[in-house]
Design a protein around this ligand. Sequence first.
Ligand SMILES: Cc1cc2nc3c(=O)[nH]c(=O)nc-3n(C[C@H](O)[C@H](O)[C@H](O)COP(=O)(O)OP(=O)(O)OC[C@H]3O[C@@H](n4cnc5c(N)ncnc54)[C@H](O)[C@@H]3O)c2cc1C
Length: 395
Amino acid sequence: MKFPLTAEEEEFRCNIRDFCADNLPSEISEKVVTGVKLSRDDYVEWQRILARGGLLCGAWPAAHGGHDWSPIKAYLFDEECGRAGAPWLLPFGVNYVGPVIHTYGSEEQKARYLPEIASAQTFWCQGYSEPEAGSDLAGLKMRAVRDGDHYIVSGRKIWTTMAHWADRIFCLVRTDPDVRPQAGISFLLVDLRSPGISIRPIMTMDGRHDLNEVLFEDVRVPVADRVGEENGGWTIAKFLLSNERLLVAEIGKQKRLMEAVRSILSGLADGDAPLSADRAVQARIVELETRLLALEWSALRTVRAAATGHPPAAAVSMLKVRGSELEQALTEFAVEIMGPEAMVYAPKMGLGDADPSQVMRNGAMARMLWARCVTIYGGSNEIQRNIIAKSLIGF
Ligand SMILES: Cc1cc2nc3c(=O)[nH]c(=O)nc-3n(C[C@H](O)[C@H](O)[C@H](O)COP(=O)(O)OP(=O)(O)OC[C@H]3O[C@@H](n4cnc5c(N)ncnc54)[C@H](O)[C@@H]3O)c2cc1C
């Protein structure tokens, strides 16, 4: 069963597949596939390869150096990269703050920031969440007080992905504490090297350091680096979140994980019989395949219906819920069928000559532990269900 694509879309898909086959460095894809942690250089290298190939900002308007890709082309690009084992395409510059700047930014901001993002010269991170403001984002407290042509910014951001590698952070800050919460927020672009900023690591249960706490103590930020009106940041915040959630179904990655499960299974036995002959295992495989197919069709139908612009929030939330749950189910099943062998955590490099099952077994625990967070980031699944309920039932 194949989702109908136009001839042009099929050709586009093939071009991206060929581009990945010809240009994605094997040392990088091997790390991705086996769950080995990537370095900053790995991420930047892949983004620069895409930028040189004219693909990094394909969904941007032509006026800003993009190709005006339709939502379906952006989806196919994402799927093919994920399937090829490309690194997660860091969305903070290209997909989050870039579109914010070309939609709401001043001409000076566009001229200064967009070319750096489009050529992957700057590494951005996202300063939304705070210790007391995650799901309830409008409750954020980081304070920005006007002092001439600067703001003095103080407060804490938390869970900031890759802040320790980033050059800049975009932040939601409170510029008016005396109005209803959503009405007193502004959107700032901040140089992370500014005096008064310190970054503390947060280690996650899979032993990695991706997350951080970012502390601001009287940091001076030029008013010229505010995007949009003072106290008009909530509209921008919501615009950015809708882009964030659209990317989360990650069909290409799910397909790669499904292939990993099949590959792991192919090398396992139950006594003398292959484990793949077990009826219960077969039933689980069919269930997972069916969920993946349903997710793929739902994602394609959603982006097709959107044609241009954004699909309905409830549809995007549904994809987020189903996509993240499937990622957890696939990675859990891989660990389950491996049994005690899955206890080995640290993925190793250099298994190129080993049989495919062995290569995939190598990173199973890392992938399963990492997937604990996918139902949290980008707005937790409980919040997504609230959005769906509100849209369908009205409360
Ligand atoms: C790996 C990872 C990377 C992240 N990266 C970033 C980043 O780069 N930048 C950034 O700004 N943030 C980032 N976050 C933060 C993320 O956006 C928040 O964790 C998320 O929005 C949830 O907020 P919270 O952690 O404060 O949990 P809380 O909001 O405190 O929620 C706790 C629990 O209560 C539930 N809950 C809360 N409110 C409701 C409600 N109204 N109805 C039902 N259930 C509810 C939640 O679903 C959750 O289970 C990241 C998080 C993770 C895990």
